[in-house]
Design a binder for this molecule. Structure first.
Ligand SMILES: Nc1ncnc2c1ncn2[C@@H]1O[C@H](COP(=O)(O)OP(=O)(O)O)[C@@H](O)[C@H]1O
Ligand SMILES: [Mg+2]
Length: 444
């Protein structure tokens, strides 16, 4: 059979028409799968096909537009919608994968908004994934849903497993999969993707101990996406009735109006520099991600909602979201560690001995496990104690110690080491000399 098909193909090579097959959605030249495929064929396995089937249509585009329009007064609503459309822009803007994490109380309509955002592209219920999915499953979806948003609902279902979440954020955020063996032998190709990953949860995705890398990848937005729970409930119905039409129109018009899309890149750069001017101390990847959302919102307003002169409104929406994101200092792991150790020493003051100006111990900390000494406002902490409390918080002791020393939050000895030597109880002991007066107080 194989020999037969082989020679049949060889004999007729000139009369077979050739079509390109691809394994990822999104941009392929000036074609965009799934909505503007041209003659490109998507070649995926059965599992993948199930996911692709979710990109279906229901209702008319006009119905989607008129039902969504009234909700656009809300910046958070607009923001996640912008992220959903903005996924298609990342490639041309050479922007890496971003997370849009909406968190807040239950029943404010986080899931409702995610469904609205996914209704741009297809059946939202079928497109939505949960954090319960396996890492490999999420990776395969991300790879397939290239240049399109990936919606992951409810962080809580992953429970308290912060390491798992951090891993997922890193894995999805780096935009490339691991090399692994395929079922048929050999290795599967490494896949790359770009996506706006939309997530919801009752808590932020990053915790106090998350690495700076996690925080810069995630736009952590909190607030109410709807006026009322009733409005949110109505959005569930709208997004289940009308979907799959807006994304198609958006991409068609993008190809038609901006065939080279250079103009978009210029616009994007303008927005970025304007945002830099209008804010202070914001993380640069947050600025660029918000700029993508603003640009997408401008394009949406023009292409779908037929609104004129609305660029200022789009800009203000983005600026509002950006203003609520953390600043560089707040997100910094070393600063967080400093604040953590600070509050830890204060609350454990009784476990430190206090020496007076003559070097004589005045508070003996009897009956307590001793953590170190307080001397002239400085806490000399025993290294194994600090190592223990940092590691309990999943912070790296060595990394934090180096960072604190670099910022002069702890003393160095005369050889530049991060531990200082002190006589204590007739012994020579090494300590971390922690300074407590490094924060400015606005009231003094
Ligand atoms: N499938 C649904 N259809 C209609 N209403 C729903 C549906 N799911 C939730 N709701 C209602 O929508 C409102 C907002 O809920 P939801 O979007 O789940 O908020 P959150 O994700 O913030 O908890 C609630 O009043 C809820 O009862
Ligand atoms: Mg929810």
């Amino acid at each position: 059979m194989v020999t037969y098909l082989d020679s049949l193909f060889a004999e007729n090579k000139d009369i077979f028409s050739i079509k390109r097959t691809v394994t990822q959605l999104g941009w392929h030249g000036n074609k965009f799968l799934p909505c503007v495929p041209g003659d490109i064929i998507l070649d995926v396995d059965r599992n993948g096909q199930k996911w692709i089937d979710a990109y279906e249509e229901s209702g008319k585009l006009e119905e989607w537009i008129e039902n969504i329009r009234p909700y656009r007064y809300n910046n958070i609503f607009r923001g996640m919608m912008g992220a959903s459309f903005g996924a298609t822009l990342l490639k041309d803007l050479s922007h890496r994968t971003v997370f849009f994490h909406l968190w807040g109380d239950s029943r404010v309509g986080k899931t409702a908004l995610m469904k609205a955002a996914l209704s741009v592209w297809g059946n939202p219920e079928a497109l939505m994934v949960s954090f319960n999915a396996t890492k490999v499953g999420l990776e395969r979806r991300a790879s397939l849903f290239n240049d399109l948003p990936l919606g992951i609902d409810e962080k809580q279902v992953a429970g308290d497993n912060q390491t798992f979440i951090d891993n997922i954020v890193y894995m999805l955020g780096t935009g490339s999969g691991k090399l692994r063996g395929s079922k048929t032998g050999g290795t599967q190709a490494i896949s790359n993707w770009r996506s706006f990953i939309l997530t919801t949860g009752e808590e932020p995705i990053s915790t106090m101990t998350s690495q700076t890398g996690i925080i810069t990848r995630v736009l952590e937005i909190t607030g109410k996406p709807f006026y009322s729970t009733e409005e949110a409930a109505k959005m569930h119905e709208i997004s289940e009735s009308y979907y799959g039409t807006a994304g198609k129109k958006f991409v068609e018009e993008l190809i038609h109006r901006y065939p080279k899309r250079n103009e978009l890149k210029e616009k994007y750069k303008d927005i970025v520099s304007k945002l830099k001017n209008d804010t202070e101390n914001k993380i640069s990847t947050h600025i660029t991600s918000i700029a993508v959302i603003i640009l997408a919102d401008m394009l949406e307003s023009e292409i779908l909602f037929n609104e004129k002169d609305c660029e200022q409104r789009s800009y203000e929406m983005g600026l509002d979201l950006l203003n609520n994101l953390t600043t560089i200092t707040e997100s910094d792991i070393i600063e967080k560690a400093y604040d953590y150790i600070h509050s830890w020493v204060i609350s454990n003051k009784n476990q430190f001995e206090i020496t007076d100006v003559r070097g004589i111990s005045t508070h003996a900390a009897y009956g307590y496990e001793r953590y170190g000494i307080i001397d002239k406002g400085k806490y000399y902490i025993l290294p194994h104690i600090l190592q223990g409390i940092l590691e309990k918080q999943k912070m790296s002791y060595r990394k934090i110690l180096k960072g604190l020393a670099d910022r002069d939050y702890i003393d160095k000895d005369n050889q530049g080491r991060n531990l200082v030597t002190k006589r204590w109880d007739g012994q020579t002991q090494r300590f971390i000399a922690f300074k407590t007066d490094m924060r400015e107080c606005p009231f003094e």
